[in-house]
Ligand binder design. Sequence first.
Ligand code: GLC
Length: 432
Amino acid sequence: MTLQTIKTPGDTSWFVKDRFGMFIHWGLYALPARHEWVKQIEQIPDSIYDKYFKHFDPDLYDPDLWAKAASNAGMKYLVVTSKHHEGFCLWDSALTDYKATNTPYGKDLLQPMINAYRTQNMKVGFYHSLIDWHHPHFIVDNVHSMRNSPDRDKMNEGRDQSKYTEYLHGQVKELLTQFGKIDILWFDFSYPNPENDPYIGKGRTDWKSEELYKIVRDLQPNIILNDRLDLDEGWDIKTPEQFQPREWVKVNGQPVVWEACQTFSGSWGYHRDESFWKSVEQLIQMLIDTVSKGGNLLLNVGPTGRGEFDARALDRLEGMGKWMKQHSRSIYGCTQAPDGFTAPPDCRFTWNPDKKRLYLHVFSWPIGQIHLDNFAGKVEYAQLLNDASEIRMSDIPAHQVVHEGEMHNTLTLNLPVVKPNVTVPVIELFMK
Ligand code: GLC
């Protein structure tokens, strides 16, 4: 039996088949190029942070190139930051001046991006920050960039959080009415506190999450909504961030639709000096590992201030695309293997329930054989996925049984000595 997730209001039917999406974090923080939280980390006041607004001019921005790079990598959907915590908006919002059209670049960045990704047949969605370190009515709390300012109390005197909330709701209405069908909405993030004190943290009372939720479902009933509005119900996906869950993500013991969001190097925004980039092999293994546990992978790119994906990002996307070209059928439409199919050491299974094919992803190439316990008599045919070359199967040879003690209804796959020339070899098992 394949695991069944609980039913939620949004349409996740395409999502659990597509499995692989691109996250984009793009804003003024691409200029300091040292973390999208730079304003908060370095406690930069608006008067200084303003230099990035004045110099934001991504003259090389060509969203067609981005969308092609994503599609060639095998990605099937986009989630882009309409606004991040710094408050800067990529689209021409009627509710603020703090937007791309008022920078030296002078044009809307969002609509062309949406168009480009749709042209590649990708689904599109927005990440929209609940937090806003620029809005004059957002109460300066303990997470705010001005949290340690001697003027903090004075700053807060004239602030009315409900005015910010009105702005937040208004912008969400814009995003859900001006760009056609939106497939995903990703709010980020809530950090409630027991006293419901907006000077300490913020959650459902501050965002008026229930009202916001109604707006969202009213305007885009089938949209997939993430889980960071601080509401117990109504969300469609759980979003573990920057770690790989050990098993299918569950809520109250029930498996749910989930999506791991991951970075290439730690920061979400463009970071010039970060050196610990994950390798192509690690990223492919991450994607496989996610699908083997019934999840999706949302992998982030932080474009530069000139409007490009940098060479390191392009290298990773190309490497993943090369692998996906030959192996995507072990990803799309796949999920966790049914109970009782336990992957051997250094391997992951993914399973296509419609085709009844099991994919054995081999992370470390062994010598000669892989033994699959409890598989005897269950597999009709086996092949390497990259070149459709047959993998011969046998029961464990008698002389080996003598050394290994009892048999476990084992099916043995006989492998070539040399690892196939692909980043992660996959053996496709056609089940009887
Ligand atoms: C976080 C961070 C952030 C990033 C996000 C992605 O909560 O605030 O910068 O956008 O996670 O999941």
